[in-house]
Write a protein that binds this ligand. Structure first.
Ligand SMILES: [Zn+2]
Length: 317
């Protein structure tokens, strides 16, 4: 028996991935292009259309019932527009309308990329079985999303759970978003590396000054590298504890390149959580590494499309 499929798009500053995904989250058809992130908006859209073209050319396309899009943000799901920080050609860009010119009458769900990975972790990853969860990506930036009451909580515009830009240092350094002392300004990979360099850490002979190199130095016992990860962990803990106190999550799932540092990050993070998550109802909060790999964005976009379709069916649409 043929089951329904959904089309999924994962749009980031580096790549545009597409897939036809079944109800178990299996990606049956894949397509991918590099994102021409420095080009004008219509050139970027042509890369999306090429990805969609490969999907619609598949004999399986006839089984697609909905389209899910996870995009670098900010997004505006209510308007169907996107303004990814790292794709300057797209500002209030009508992505949903442009996708519809290819996909016709299929319903389209747009969510931010942090919400998409949250949908994926809740469906098939580390947040599975948790009705109240925060999922995060700690990488070049810091993003996230929420599951509340067993359901994805994208918020009205698709950006809810954007923990990277809540302030945990009131008079802290200015953040590119316009605020001060944001979690991202302290805990992102580039900021971990910058702080280590500022405090006297020096890279090895290969000249690698990435957060991964700082993590390797921390594992080898370099105190400046250790301190830079401890500061990042402290910022993450404060943001996670604030989130848990507001909405009673019981798990925080952390993925992205910085999370690959493993215990260099997670050990001080668990320690710092004891400082900030103090009230009785947040003391059992756990933090755990993400389980979904590089397909998380695509699988999460598919999950959003399937959930939207389930809602429409339940409403008799
Ligand atoms: Zn910020």
């Amino acid at each position: 028996m043929h089951t329904d499929l959904v089309a999924a798009l994962d749009i980031g500053g580096t790549k545009i991935a597409g897939g036809l995904v079944d109800g178990d989250g299996r990606i049956l058809v894949r397509a991918q292009r590099a994102t021409p992130a420095r080009e004008d908006g219509d050139t970027v859209m042509r890369a999306v259309e090429e990805v969609l073209g490969e999907l619609t050319a598949s004999p399986l396309w006839a089984r697609a019932r909905a389209v899910g899009i996870g995009s670098a943000g900010p997004v505006d799901a209510s308007a169907g527009t996107v303004s990814p920080v790292n794709v300057p050609g797209w500002r209030g860009y009508p992505l949903v309308a442009r996708v519809r010119t290819v996909t016709g009458d299929l319903p389209v769900e747009l969510i931010g990329d942090g919400v998409a990975i949250t949908a994926a972790e809740h469906w098939q990853g580390a947040a599975r079985g948790h009705d109240n969860a925060l999922c995060m990506v700690v990488s070049t930036g810091v993003g996230g999303g929420l599951v509340l009451g067993g359901r994805l909580h994208p918020g009205p515009t698709g950006n809810a759970g954007h923990i990277g830009h809540i302030s945990v240092d009131l008079d802290g350094d200015p953040c590119p978003c316009g605020a001060r002392g944001c979690v991202e300004r302290i805990a992102s990979g580039p900021n971990i590396a910058r702080r280590a360099l500022d405090n006297g850490w020096r890279p090895g002979p290969d000249g690698d000054t990435s957060a991964a190199a700082v993590a390797a130095a921390a594992r080898a016992g370099d105190p400046v590298a250790v301190a830079s990860f401890e500061r990042a962990a402290q910022a993450l803990a404060a943001g996670i504890a604030a989130t848990a106190t507001l909405v009673e999550i019981d798990i925080a799932v952390i993925g992205g390149g910085v999370a690959k540092a493993g215990e260099v990050l997670f050990a001080p993070l668990r320690e710092a959580l004891r400082t900030y998550a103090t009230l009785s109802f947040v003391q059992r909060l756990t933090v755990t590494p993400a389980r979904m790999g590089t397909d998380a964005g695509l699988v999460g976009a598919a999950a959003a499309a399937l959930a939207g379709r389930a809602d429409a069916t339940a409403a008799g649409v």
